[in-house]
Design a protein around this ligand. Sequence first.
Ligand code: CIR
Length: 253
Amino acid sequence: MFTKAIVKTPCKNLVNGLTSSDLGAPDYLLALEQHKKYIEALKECVLEVTILEADENYPDSTFVEDTALLTSQCAIITNPGAPSRKGEIIEINDVVKDFYSNIETIKAPGTLEAGDVMMVGKHFFIGLSERTNKNGADQLISILSKYGFTGSFVTLNKILHLKSGISYLENNNLLMIKDLINKPEFQKYNLIPVDDDESYAANSLWINDKILVPLGFPKTKKKIEDAGYITIELDVSEFRKLDGGLSCLSLRF
Ligand code: CIR
């Protein structure tokens, strides 16, 4: 179970965030409204939420998930692969100190964004992507092993981060895009495939036995409910325009 979350208010400069999509620039005011509802949903999942102020220096800084991996034993501050995002870790490092005594860091030439890291019990799957390199993933595995955890790589193509395409819903259930479904490392799980026309919803988020799902993906929502979960639907259209999903908007621990 998680008890806390950290989020960061979107800044006006969000409109200049990194993107590979052709959905247009996000509407800042609508993004703010959607972010507030996201925070309400975290509270509904009984999380105590720390809300960081907006920072105009970092357009993508609302996607706070990428800056740290918060485990039950330690916090790992990442080294984002996107040059414009590297400075985001300074504030996160300071904030995390309030909650953790064991703080580790990923160092250059290693890069890692925690959107590439999926926790499954004591094991962490790490996507090798344009943002996370082998050196960063190796560093993470060696840090994790000091605290009794294990890690393994997942090679990616097409998606920004591992969790853009796959989400662990606990209870052995993996929600995933079809591109990842044949990977041998996932065959021991109960695989819930997401249809190609709803691939964005593969980034759904387990929090304390509820699942946050993005609004507008009814087939995936039904599959998740058929698997026995209560869902909370949230409109995150403005974050989607920057390749961001539900998990990207918080650190949960
Ligand atoms: C970026 O490209 O870095 C942001 N526009 C989106 C980050 C999404 N984060 C995530 O998937 N964990």
